[in-house]
Design a protein around this ligand. Structure first.
Ligand SMILES: NC(=O)c1ccc[n+]([C@@H]2O[C@H](COP(=O)([O-])OP(=O)(O)OC[C@H]3O[C@@H](n4cnc5c(N)ncnc54)[C@H](O)[C@@H]3O)[C@@H](O)[C@H]2O)c1
Length: 250
């Protein structure tokens, strides 16, 4: 099949809905064989079925679960060309009120999960002398922050450090590691976790005038996962409608 990632084997974690489902769909449209990993089994099965892919239950914070997805992918398709770690959670809480359990939960999914996905993918990709790892970071943490996002911001800033470190180590083996930094994207998670007022305030602060779509982010991931990004590693693409640009409120 022709396409920008034709015949590539892609694992997309956190892909049962939202941005991750958009990424899996975009990669499949461009010819990749897609393995979807998530904890929402019914939704994940449906995404994989729609794309002609495979679904595997995978709690991103669990090393054995990620290793099992990677091993099953290698067994089924012989390789893992593309690893996208997109799973993330974003509870709201003021710093002074964050229970340590909530801090650990956010770091476990967002940062530890990204480390585990990188590690498992890198082990296979080094042997192939080829790989594309793409992590979903955020503008929140690396660049800006709204109130009540301390754990989330710390986890996403950590992902950007991980991207640089992993890219340096992967370079000699033909493995690139990059990320995307979405701004505010309309997803199921956004609708569930954020109020209408929050969403309206965000929309009003975006120069391009509206929240983004999962497909907007997926197009950037597709580029980083493709051979077009051969010479790009250790960096991130901001997909935010210009939200981080304004220097003043007026
Ligand atoms: N929506 C936005 O505005 C926005 C902005 C910046 C960054 N992001 C990031 O994009 C990613 C996706 O966000 P979204 O808005 O699509 O969220 P979402 O809640 O709609 O989807 C997140 C997916 O991750 C899965 N997931 C959660 N915990 C998991 C775990 N332990 N193991 C495996 N899968 C798990 C969920 O089941 C779900 O399918 C997240 O990393 C988020 O931080 C989102």
């Amino acid at each position: 099949m022709a396409g920008r990632v034709a015949e590539r084997v892609a694992v997309v974690l956190g892909a049962a809905r939202g941005i991750g489902a958009g990424i899996a769909e975009r990669l499949a449209e461009e010819g990749a064989r897609v393995v979807v990993g998530d904890v929402e089994d019914a939704l994940g099965e449906a995404v994989a079925a729609r794309l002609g892919g495979v679904y595997r239950h995978c709690d991103i914070g669990e090393p054995t679960a990620i290793e099992a997805v990677v091993a099953a992918t290698v067994e089924a398709f012989g390789r893992v060309d593309i690893m996208v770690q997109n799973a993330g959670i974003f509870p709201l809480n003021e710093l002074v009120d964050i229970p340590v359990e909530e801090w650990d939960r956010v770091l476990r999914v967002n940062l530890r999960g990204s480390f585990l996905a990188c590690q498992a993918a890198m082990r296979v990709m080094r042997g192939q002398a080829y790989g594309r790892i793409v992590l979903t970071s955020s503008i929140t943490g690396p660049r800006v922050v709204p109130p009540a996002h301390a754990h989330y911001a710390a986890s996403k800033a950590g992902i950007n450090g991980l991207i640089r470190a992993a890219a340096l180590e992967g370079a000699a083996f033909g493995v690139t590691v990059n990320g995307v930094e979405p701004g505010n994207i309309m997803t199921e998670g956004m609708r569930a976790e954020r109020s209408d007022d929050y969403i309206a305030a965000m929309a009003a602060s975006i120069p391009l005038g509206e929240l983004g779509t999962p497909r907007d982010v997926a197009n950037a991931v597709l580029f980083l996962a493709s051979d077009e990004a051969r010479y790009v590693t250790g960096t991130t693409i901001v997909v935010d409608g210009g939200q981080i640009l304004p220097e003043s409120k007026s």
